[in-house]
Design a protein around this ligand. Structure first.
Ligand code: FE
Length: 196
């Protein structure tokens, strides 16, 4: 199945199948797998009483690492696709923009926080500091003020902190399917608002 074939009825199962089949892949340089990483973020969001949108965004923020699932790569591509864009692209038909913004800008949020909160960079994992440099380093002043105009800024920052927190060796979490009803509710609200 490609991203184009997905519907409001199949998207949640499709996302779950990615966790089931590929969630055990390594998260380079971190003590957790990719699946554990995203489940930890979502579990921490739930425990902290965050909104459904924040929980969903934490759960799905790195889904674009599995880009081959979405058929996004073509031989015409001239450069690597950024995983945050790939993830947001597959989600945007089914989820509200607050969620897709959190996904699309979770890398930018790291660059933003490094520029605006000096203590933030000290707390980053070694792998995250390394990727920061590949991602362009801390934002410039102009980039910071442009970023601050995003209406979903607070949610984007909240998900970034959950992303950073979800790298704990041995943390217990429920599996993906615990969050499936919450995701389906959000999809239904977005795709079929009149019927709710
Ligand atoms: Fe992440």
């Amino acid at each position: 199945m490609t991203a184009q074939d997905l519907t409001a009825e199949t998207i949640v199962d499709f996302l779950g199948s990615i966790f089931d089949r590929r969630g055990t892949e390594e998260y380079l340089g971190e003590p957790v797998t990719m699946g554990e990483h995203m489940l930890q973020g979502a579990t921490l969001a739930e425990q902290a009483g965050h909104s459904d949108e924040i929980i969903a965004a934490a759960l799905l923020h790195d889904i674009g690492h599995f880009t081959s699932e979405f058929g996004t790569f073509t031989m015409n591509d001239t450069e690597d696709r950024h995983h945050e864009d790939a993830g947001a692209e597959v989600l945007e038909r089914f989820f509200p923009s607050i969620i897709t913004d959190c996904v699309r800008y979770h890398v930018a949020a790291k660059r933003y926080l490094c520029a605006t909160r000096p203590e933030y960079m000290r707390r980053l994992s070694e792998a995250s500091v390394h990727s920061l440099n590949l991602q362009g380093g801390p934002m410039s002043e102009a980039e910071v003020s442009a970023f601050q105009s995003n209406p979903n800024l607070d949610a984007i920052i909240a998900v970034r902190y959950l992303d950073d927190a979800g790298k704990q060796d041995g943390m217990d979490t429920p599996d993906f399917w615990h969050f499936a009803p919450l995701l389906q509710r959000l999809v239904d609200q977005h795709c079929n608002p009149v019927a709710i």
